[in-house]
Design a protein around this ligand. Structure first.
Ligand SMILES: Cc1cc2nc3c(=O)[nH]c(=O)nc-3n(C[C@H](O)[C@H](O)[C@H](O)COP(=O)(O)OP(=O)(O)OC[C@H]3O[C@@H](n4cnc5c(N)ncnc54)[C@H](O)[C@@H]3O)c2cc1C
Length: 397
């Protein structure tokens, strides 16, 4: 089946060995990895279209730098995958900026990342200026430079993963909403959708911020909430000095990355207020002008020529947040045959190849590897949260 025929695929199977809920980057990566190594029948259900959730708005910035050893390993494996794939990975490098209060944690995190083989260097103000001559470094103490980082196109990549899965036998059904799960004494018996029922013993919930919708029917509530975040698209012109790197500014709490057609995507690093917590089905998907023009002002105070950019557009999207801002992965502690890959808290895109591989190995071999164990749902009740040893502060947290 060709990808463009997905919409016409209405023949829901009566049975399927494995059912994946959610056609974002995570569901599609799991489908792709499963189909590569397993001959079992795999069905992916997506209530809208492929890549219509958080994935569609993703900055899709790829990096290896993390503040925890196992997340570094996952990010490295994923970046390796992107590099070797057919996906257009723009490796433009990433610069991180920090004020003085972060000196110690940056030094410790740089050591940790380098010891695990990440190509990253601490850079001083002069080196930062060499990379970006117009930059204002008044409030900056030091930076990090990760030359092998970059970005991909989030939607194209998701379709590439989906097509890969289809080539190996995955059946994808869009406009198909998973409504409820039926259980028997052994675990999962079937899944009900708006297009009919599928008998199955294995379900993977990869439905992002909507994860608790399907979980209502089995009474397992996940600690996930939808957080509304905003982005602004800035249009450059000849008066704007081109910024070719991805820029993560921990001092001003903003990020910026170049995009197609002389445009830039900018947003805010994590930090939120109570009224940013929304329903994933009913939230304002437009941007608030004061918020996105505030992003622009912060960018201009860093890169003065950006005063000449125009605000082309803005929008809001959602992060599926968990209490420690890390995903819930692996087997449900309560229901045999149910697996989770949800709660990516705004950083799941870059990890998607590694997640797809680990979840598919878990399902095929039945073994939870030592990394996957750390992300189990039980960590929230056992108070085993995933927290960085040397946290980096930003003005929004
Ligand atoms: C503005 C923004 C910028 C980001 N930038 C980056 C970045 O630079 N780098 C990075 O690594 N990460 C980034 N992220 C995070 C990353 O994009 C997400 O973590 C990732 O896309 C989550 O993918 P997902 O498949 O889990 O969720 P989603 O993309 O939300 O997919 C879930 C899918 O499930 C479907 N679904 C839900 N319920 C049902 C149901 N009952 N039945 C059937 N289908 C259902 C939804 O329609 C949706 O398509 C960003 C996110 C946002 C919002």
């Amino acid at each position: 089946m060709k990808l463009q025929n997905i919409l016409n695929n209405t023949n829901l199977p009566k049975t399927s060995d494995i059912v994946i809920i959610g056609g974002g980057i995570i569901g599609c990566s799991i489908a792709m990895h499963l189909a590569k190594t397993s001959s079992r029948s795999i069905t992916l259900l997506e209530k809208n279209t492929i890549s219509s959730g958080a994935t569609s708005r993703s900055g899709a910035m790829i990096r290896e730098f993390y503040q925890t050893d196992f997340l570094i390993e996952m990010a490295k494996e994923s970046k390796n995958f992107f590099e070797k794939s057919n996906i257009n990975f723009v490796k433009n490098g990433r610069i991180y900026l920090f004020s003085k209060e972060n000196n110690e944690s940056v030094n410790n995190n740089a050591k940790l990342n380098k010891s695990l083989g990440v190509n990253i260097e601490i850079i001083d103000k002069n080196q930062i200026k060499k990379l970006i001559p117009e930059i204002n470094t008044n409030d900056i103490s030091l930076g990090l430079f990760e030359p092998d980082a970059g970005y991909v196109d989030s939607v194209e990549t998701t379709y590439e993963f989906a097509q890969n899965g289809i080539n190996n036998g995955v059946q994808i059904f869009t406009n198909t909403k998973a409504e409820s799960i039926e259980l028997n004494k052994n675990g999962i018996q079937s899944i009900n959708t708006n297009n009919g029922k599928i008998k199955t013993k294995i379900i993977i919930n990869a439905s992002g911020a909507w994860a608790n919708y399907i979980n209502k029917s089995i009474n397992e509530n996940l600690p996930i909430f939808a957080l509304r975040v905003q982005q602004v698209i800035l249009k450059g012109n000849s008066a704007v000095k081109p910024m070719n790197y991805c820029l993560m500014d921990y001092s001003k709490g903003t990020y910026l990355r170049p995009d197609y057609g002389n445009t830039y995507i900018a947003g805010e690093e994590l930090g939120y207020e109570e009224n940013d917590i929304v329903s994933p089905d009913y939230y304002n998907q437009s941007s608030d002008y004061d918020v996105i023009s505030g992003y622009k002002s912060r960018i201009v105070s860093r890169l003065p020529s950006f005063d000449n950019t125009i605000i082309k557009s803005g929008h809001a999207a959602i992060y599926d947040m968990t209490p420690d801002a890390n995903p819930i992965l692996g087997a449900s502690p309560k229901i045999n045959g149910l697996f989770y890959a949800v709660g990516f808290s705004g950083h799941g895109f870059k990890l998607s190849p590694s997640i797809g591989k680990m979840i598919s190995e878990l399902i095929i071999n039945g073994k939870t590897n030592s990394i996957l164990k750390k992300f189990n749902l039980t960590r929230f009740t056992l108070k085993n949260l995933i927290l960085p040893k040397f946290p980096i502060k930003n003005p929004n947290n």
